[in-house]
Design a protein around this ligand. Structure first.
Ligand code: GRF
Length: 196
């Protein structure tokens, strides 16, 4: 069975969706850059190893990346899943796991990379919004896209209502992507990635 480590920063609902779906991966650890991340307690309750690599305890991104790399290496994961992980990883970290780090982003990339995606979608007046699972490259939110889910944007939507509609899809497509990886059904073709 392929193994994985999940990186979180907060409540960890995507982490929970991944673990509860039992996609056929051995989730060996959950690592948070925030000591107070609510998701850590949930992971510990499931008997999953937890670690904190506090970004505030490191004076540079390189130091933080190196500490995070050491923590992850302890679990020798095949894959890393970023699940609401709110730090930008440097190339020094990403290059250790080529085509092995996934991220869930709350927009239909390449629209709305970065933060505040739901507010920006409402401001732009788009009628479709959604979520993207992609492989992580040093270009923020621009790596090869594995799967996306779209939701309608409704006239009465607030940031909160739209976020909730998107989150329900995140909880569906991230475990789906994990299952494809577990089953060896993910293939790179040049710069593109496809599910086979
Ligand atoms: C999710 O919408 C994720 O896509 C975004 O931040 C949110 C984190 O939620 N990057 P959770 O911690 O997985 O509950």
């Amino acid at each position: 069975m392929k193994s994985a480590v999940i990186l979180i920063s907060g409540r960890g609902s995507n982490m929970q969706a991944l673990v509860e779906a039992k996609p056929g991966l051995d989730f060996r650890a959950v690592i948070s850059n925030r000591p107070a991340a609510a998701g850590l307690a949930w992971a510990a309750e499931q008997g999953i190893a937890t670690r904190v690599v506090d970004h505030k305890a490191h004076s540079s991104r390189e130091d933080f990346d190196a500490a995070l790399a050491r923590a992850a290496a302890d679990f020798a994961p095949d894959y890393l899943f970023l699940a609401g992980f709110m730090r930008i990883l440097g190339a020094g970290f990403i290059d250790r796991y080529p085509r092995r780090i996934l991220n869930i982003h709350p927009s239909l990339l390449p629209c709305f990379p970065g933060l505040d995606t739901h507010r920006r979608a409402l401001e732009a007046g788009v009628k479709l919004h959604g979520a993207t699972v992609h492989f992580v490259t040093p270009a923020l939110d621009h790596g090869p896209i594995l799967v996306q889910a779209a939701v309608p944007v409704l006239g009465a939507d607030t940031e909160e209502s739209l976020a909730a509609r998107v989150l329900a899809q995140e909880h569906r497509i991230y475990p789906q992507a994990a299952r494809w990886l577990a089953e060896g059904r993910v293939e790179f073709r040049g710069a593109d990635v496809v599910q086979v």
